[in-house]
Ligand binder design. Structure first.
Ligand SMILES: [Zn+2]
Length: 371
């Protein structure tokens, strides 16, 4: 869902972005606020004011969601857990936490921080609503923010993983059993139960007259079910891959090419004649970098005869690497974190092979079929 996003800049070093689906929900929310919430509460306003306040209120709602996600992020950073980015989308927002929390306590506090921010915002909005009671547009704005932030906090506290309440539940299970994967499995399965319940409630609502609101609940349930399912799948992958070291899957016969070889020759003589996806580049008997199809494609075809492997290679000193004994799961996580599709396998400063994402995935299929 976070593939197509519009960057909005950074807060506390974390990239903030809008998913394209955000515009749909922003428009719907503005329309709902301008068309029903404000006219019902304040019947005498000029028409334009409804739309202005609708848009301002919708923006303030998403600012609240952003603050909720920043709450998770600040707590994560306190425990040195990296936050990859925050994305606002059709179902609100998400702070993508790059690593697992180090301890159940950290997990518990990271999960709790978001709803606490929302509760604090609800309280502040409630106070502001009373102080601004004589200015109708402001009172209307703060009334809505108080209501929506309270709803946000309570909904997120439902104990269905991956909602915050489900993460709290998982942290407690983790603390009790000492087993994170087992805790994730139980919390995500419970999460699927909750998602299913939401879908049922939504369907029942749609059938009893509240079509729009009911369908919306069905969508949220469906979204949560998918998120819980992918967590269960991740745990399964992790279980399968954890016991297997990189050396089992790496390609030890990675072709080595000279740094002076032109890209055209590399493509003609190596890529088009075999299945190799990666090449080590050597200069005076030492491997100094690697070239991947991705890096070659970044060079215009007309330049291929002039540019050399040495010019487009990724210097080994800058490349992330893995070791033969690292688990495949950790190596895969490393690729995800750095957005690469292969890692050189290094032992005592020597490259002894390459590990590609494709090899790991195909090995994963073999494991799933045979174990
Ligand atoms: Zn949250």
């Amino acid at each position: 869902m976070a593939q197509q996003r519009i960057p909005l800049g950074r807060i506390l070093g974390i990239p903030i972005g809008l998913d394209f689906s955000w515009f749909l929900i922003f428009t719907l929310l503005t329309w709902m606020l301008a068309g029903s919430y404000y006219p019902a509460a304040f019947p005498d306003w000029p028409h334009g004011l409804y739309w202005l306040m609708g848009a301002i209120t919708a923006l303030a709602f998403f600012a609240s969601v952003l603050l909720h996600e920043l709450g998770h992020s600040v707590m994560a950073m306190r425990y040195r857990v990296r936050v990859r980015r925050i994305t606002l989308h059709i179902f609100g927002g998400i702070a993508e936490i790059a690593d697992e929390s180090p301890t159940p306590k950290a997990e518990f506090l990271i999960a709790l921080a978001g709803p606490l921010v929302s509760l604090a915002l609800a309280l502040v909005s409630y106070l502001l609503q009373h102080w601004t009671a004589h200015i109708e547009p402001l009172a209307g704005l703060f009334k809505y923010l108080g209501y929506i932030n309270l709803t946000l906090a309570l909904f997120n506290l439902l104990p269905g993983y991956p909602l915050d309440g489900g993460r709290l539940f998982r942290a407690v299970l983790w603390a009790m059993t000492g087993n994170l994967r087992g805790a994730t499995r139980i919390a995500a399965t419970t999460g699927r139960g909750f998602a299913f319940l939401l879908i049922l409630i939504g369907a029942w609502q749609s059938l009893s007259g509240n079509l729009g609101g009911g369908l919306w609940i069905v969508f949220i349930g469906w979204f949560l079910d998918n998120a819980a399912k992918s967590q269960l799948q991740e745990v399964a992958f992790r279980d399968l891959l954890s016991g297997h070291p990189v050396v089992q899957v790496m390609n030890p016969s990675c072709p080595t090419v000279s740094a002076t070889l032109s890209l055209q020759q590399l493509v003609d003589d190596y890529i088009l004649t075999g299945h190799q996806r990666c090449f080590l580049v050597h200069e005076s008997d030492r491997v100094t970098g690697l070239v991947t199809p991705q890096r070659i494609r970044a060079v215009p075809r007309s330049e291929w005869s002039r540019q050399t492997a040495g010019q487009v290679m990724l210097p080994l000193a800058q490349a992330q690497s893995t070791t033969p004994n690292e688990s495949l799961w950790q190596a895969l996580q490393r690729m995800d974190r750095d957005g690469v599709n292969q890692l050189p396998v290094v032992r005592q400063g020597q490259v002894i092979g390459m590990l590609s994402r494709e090899d790991v995935i195909s090995y994963l299929r073999t494991l799933a079929d045979w174990s």
